[in-house]
Design a protein around this ligand. Structure first.
Ligand code: KG4
Ligand code: ZN
Length: 336
């Protein structure tokens, strides 16, 4: 089965073609990041308009790259939520209409299920069951995964998502959006031990998270270091970025270890934008070694939003017999 996948939930237009026998045939991505950086965050209306501009050219691009025609597509999968409603509607209506025109089934995919399954596109994929840490700009969740669609929520953030915390901390330091990769780069020059940031909610049992306190801590630390002109010297910036990243990574690592111990499972999957973070990967490598477990993640471009994960997740859903009626399904809020 050959599935065209469409992702338009936020600020990346992603399209890909996945074949259940041959694997990923082609994928293309257009990032709107530069346009939104000017405003310090995603502007929903501008995002929708850019998806309208880019979606059809990207569909043509993936078909050409695979050397196939639209008539070779067996089904269409599109992100139906959660996300920005206008942005979702571009992918949903285009995907649904395309499927109708081609006379093939369409399926609306949960964006976080896409992230969750993205590591399955890699060479040594995990096998069910496993524990998954989903860390993106909108979600921080620990999930027990027993199969496609068999997800048990073990814990989640009670306030900000980990990626959101990275983005907000970056903004406080005067960095652009999205701040995650910029904090990570800055932190490479940080001095270990100069600051110690809190590890929220690690001193009590359970698998929930809270990252909003870290934001305030970052702001207070930064403000205490500003000179009369409001500037922070570059080394101090790097040291704050280091301490912030260390606190997020350590908090996530403590909860991942707990989740492995609690479930007795031996595979840990990390997915979503923050799973591209090198320090997080390195720290979780240590955790899984201690727990005699394995760590799985996607290549960096499939950690952040992309069409391949939607094509893959949609293909699994369709092969399990699922498809949607003649509806355009866009759900800004949608629990997995
Ligand atoms: O999964 P994603 O592309 O979009 C959502 O579904 O939200 O995740 C985007 C988030 C942003 O908050 C971004 O700052 C963060 O992932 N991110 C990172 C890194 N790369 C992306 N955070 C920390 N380190 C990174 N290397
Ligand atoms: Zn995402």
């Amino acid at each position: 089965m050959r599935v065209l996948g469409i992702e338009t939930s936020c600020d990346e237009t992603g399209v890909a073609l996945y074949d259940s026998e041959q694997g990923l045939l082609s994928d293309a991505l257009y990032s709107q990041v530069k346009m939104h950086a000017e405003y310090g965050g995603v502007v929903p209306e501008l995002a929708s308009r850019d998806h309208v501009r880019k979606l059809l050219p990207l569909i043509r691009e993936v078909m050409a790259e695979a050397g196939l025609e639209l008539s070779d597509v067996d089904a269409v999968a599109y992100t139906s939520g959660p996300g920005l409603i206008g942005a979702l509607m571009v992918g949903a209506s285009t995907g649904r209409a395309l499927a109708l025109g081609l006379g093939v089934p369409a399926v609306g995919v949960h964006h976080m299920e896409g992230h969750l399954l993205a590591p399955m596109l890699e060479e040594n994929p995990p096998s069910f069951p496993f524990v998954a840490l989903l860390v993106s700009g909108g979600h921080t969740q620990l999930v027990r995964v027993d199969g496609i669609g068999q997800y048990e929520l073990l814990g989640e953030s009670l306030d900000d998502a980990a990626g959101e915390a990275f983005d907000k901390a970056a903004k406080m330091l005067g960095l652009d959006y999205p701040g995650g990769p910029l904090i990570a780069r800055l932190a490479e020059n940080g001095t270990p031990g100069r600051y110690r940031f809190p590890r929220p909610m690690t001193d009590r049992p359970g698998l929930d998270f809270s990252f909003s306190g870290l934001k305030t801590f970052t702001l207070n630390t930064a403000n205490a270091e500003r000179d009369e002109a409001g500037r922070i010297d570059p080394q101090t910036m790097a040291d704050i970025a280091f301490a912030f990243e260390e606190a997020v990574v350590e908090t996530l690592a403590i909860k991942c270890r707990r989740a492995l111990q609690q479930t007795g499972l031996k595979q840990l999957v990390i997915a979503g934008g923050v799973s591209a973070n090198k320090r997080l990967r390195a720290r979780l490598d240590e955790v899984v070694r201690k727990e005699r477990s394995g760590l799985f993640y996607a290549r960096p471009q499939f950690c952040t939003d992309n069409g391949a994960m939607i094509a893959y997740a949609g293909c699994q859903r369709l092969m399990a017999g699922q498809s949607d009626e003649l509806v355009i399904s866009a759900r800004p809020r949608w629990p997995m």
